[in-house]
Every structure is written in C-alpha cells, then in structure tokens.
Design a protein around this ligand. Structure first.
Ligand code: TXA
Ligand code: MG
Length: 342
C-alpha cells in the first residue's frame, strides 16, 4: 500500500494525517466527522472558537461543501486554484459545526501540491486542516517540523519535502459586502482585485473571546521560543550597539540581504559564532517567505535567546511577510532606546 493510500485510510477511520501543501504542512481530519475534527483541536491545543480551513481537490468538490458559490469565487478559483488562496463562503451542512467554530461560513481551498491533491482526490471528501503546529507556534514547512511539533499526537505524516511558499494562504472573505482579506498571503490584494474588483484588508484586532475573524489577527502568534523583536533598517547601528552591550547573551539577527549588515557586525569585537548569528535573509519576498519559519525554528534549535528580525520594505509583495513578522515578534524600539516621545 502506498503512503497516500495509508493516509486515506487513516482519514476514513477518523484519524489525524499531516500532509504537505505548497504553503505549510496541514494537520488533516475528515471535516464531516465531529469526533475527527475535535481531535485536531485537542492535538493543537487550539481554542474551539478558531475555525479551520477545509481542503478540497478542486472547485467542483468545493461547491459541494458551500451553500452558495458566488461569481467571485468561481473567478478566483479559476485564476488561483490549486493555490495559496482560501475562499470564505456560506457553509453547507456537510461540514460539521466544530470545523467552522459554529460559523455559518466555511473557508475552502485547493492546495497546490501533488501529494495533497492526490490525497484529496482519493479521499474525495472535505479535509479540515489547520497548520500542523501547536497553537500559537510557528507553522511547519517540513515533515520533520511536524514530528517535532506533534509527535505521537498525529497518526500519520505524508512527507512531501519542504513547502515552496512557506507562509500560510491568503484568506479572503467573500460573504462581506466588499470582499475582505482576513489574512494576507502569497496571493496579493492586487492580484485579487485584478480578478474581481475592489477588496479591503482587515485591520481590526479580533476579540479573542468570540470566534476570531482570523486568529492571525491576535498580536503575538506564530511565535518562536526565543524572545523575538523586530527592528527597522534605519536602526541597524543602534542594534549593533545593543549587540555589543549584550555580548554575553546569545542573539541572532535576521537581516535582509546586503553587505551593510556584515559591516555592522564586523565592527563588533568579541563576536562568538556559537552564540551570535547574522542571517542574511533573501531580498526577494518569495524566497524570504520560503525560509522565514524554518529560520526561526533553526534559531530555537540553537537555543538562541533573542532574535532580531529586520522589517522588510513597505511594498505589496512584502505585505504577508510583514504581517507574519509582526505576529512573530514584538517591537524592539524600546530595547534599542528609541522610546516614544514623552
Ligand atoms: O496555508 C494555509 O492556509 C494552511 C494550509 C495547511 O492550508 N492552513 C492554515 O490553517 O494556515 P490555520 O488553521 O492555521 O489558519 C486558518 C485561518 C485562520 O486565520 C482562520 O481564522 C481562518 O483561516 N478561517 C478559517 N475559516 C474561516 C471562516 N469560516 N471565516 C473566517 N476565517 C476563517
Ligand atoms: Mg496556523
């Protein structure tokens, strides 16, 4: 029996199967079974108020699990599926209420990964799958990350190698009067607008006591174990001073490209390669996204105490990465002595 067939059997038996997608690994269960879906929440330690994304192989199957399929959904599925775009539409009764945290809507997506598509085609039903990490931790982008996160809480892991996109899908609500991006991702607002016209971006922070519009809207989410701070490019030399003042501690700097950062560190005496890391992150957004979560995990594995993450440019292709950095870190300005004006 091949691995996909094994995975299908576990899903049919109400089990938990981790599988690769182009974005991050998902922790999948049969979305028509309350018991199976409840196991996802238990394994992740996820609040029951946070709805799950339902994965399907294609648009035809998506329509089975939606009570309505607006013209915008048809257009976007045609343009971007399989791909990193989740469409929130009215929910059909096939999807159990636990999967959508009691909401009347459902987030559906067809992931662009051959193993995932094979699994979804053979299973044929809807697969509820959040990212395969414990709640509030960094999403896994390799099968090994899933093992480290969930261990025996998952019945079976389909290994499809490292994820190509590296951050979670764009979540687009098509049930609001103007379509609204609840979570930015690789499919940009500009790409969506080119297909269906004006779209808004959610800025509000969700009230944690009610079903979250998107949990991504809580302030620290997707966080590494280390204390993580962000800094602006203009503050590199203040950061160098901080590093000098904390030379006895272990820290890492995730700088974006260029030799400037190296010059900055070269100016620091007493740098110890075991305790202090300068990571040159890619200057191309797509490549940065692919590496970001794995790099945070690498720093945790090295027992780095403090991670400093440089804020990328304010350009559309960086929006989703800026969002994930904002959720993985706290502002570092105060630590750098740049307090707000009195
Ligand atoms: O790329 C991804 O989307 C990955 C892979 C595995 O597909 N999945 C993922 O799932 O990131 P999760 O559970 O970590 O994030 C799901 C996001 C949350 O922000 C959730 O609130 C939102 O989608 N969501 C799901 N259903 C929703 C609904 N009916 N209404 C509003 N937001 C919804
Ligand atoms: Mg997640």
């Amino acid at each position: 029996m091949d691995a996909v067939e094994t995975a299908v059997r576990f899903l049919r038996d109400g089990g938990l199967v981790a599988f690769p997608t182009e974005t991050v690994y998902g922790l999948g269960a049969d979305a028509t079974s309350s018991a199976a879906v409840n196991r996802i929440f238990a394994a992740k330690g996820r609040p029951a108020t946070n709805p799950l994304i339902i994965h399907v192989a294609d648009e035809t199957r998506a329509k089975r699990f939606a009570a309505a399929w607006p013209a915008a959904a048809a257009k976007l599925a045609e343009a971007f599926w399989p791909g990193p775009l989740t469409l929130v539409v009215p929910k059909s009764p096939w999807i159990v209420n636990e999967a959508t945290a009691g909401l009347k809507t459902v987030g559906l997506r067809a992931p662009d990964h051959p193993l995932a598509l094979e699994l979804l085609r053979r299973f044929d039903g809807p697969v509820a799958a959040p990212s395969a990490n414990r709640s509030n931790r960094v999403s896994p982008t390799t099968a090994q990350h899933v093992r480290e996160e969930l261990g025996s809480a998952v019945d079976f892991i389909l290994d499809g190698g490292p994820c190509h996109v590296g951050i979670e899908s764009t979540v687009l609500d098509l049930t609001s009067p103007v379509p609204m991006i609840l979570r930015p991702g690789a499919i940009t607002l500009e790409q969506i607008e080119a297909g269906i016209g004006p779209v808004r971006l959610l800025h509000a922070v969700a009230d944690p006591s009610t079903p979250a519009a998107s949990p991504g809207q809580q302030t620290v989410h997707y966080a590494p174990r280390a204390a993580a701070f962000r800094f602006e490019p203009a503050d590199r030399f203040r950061l160098a001073r901080w590093c000098q003042e904390h030379i006895e501690r272990s820290w890492a700097i995730l700088a974006i490209g260029d030799a400037d950062a190296e010059a900055m560190l070269a100016a620091l005496p007493a740098i110890d390669g075991n305790l202090h890391k300068l990571i040159e992150m890619p200057m191309v957004a797509r490549e940065y996204a692919r590496r970001f979560y794995a790099t945070l995990r690498d720093m945790d594995a090295l027992n780095i105490e403090t991670i400093w993450v440089e804020t990328p440019p304010q350009e559309p292709q960086w929006l989703a990465i800026r969002d994930r950095i904002a959720r993985a870190t706290r502002p570092g300005a105060a630590a750098l002595g740049i307090g707000p004006l009195p």
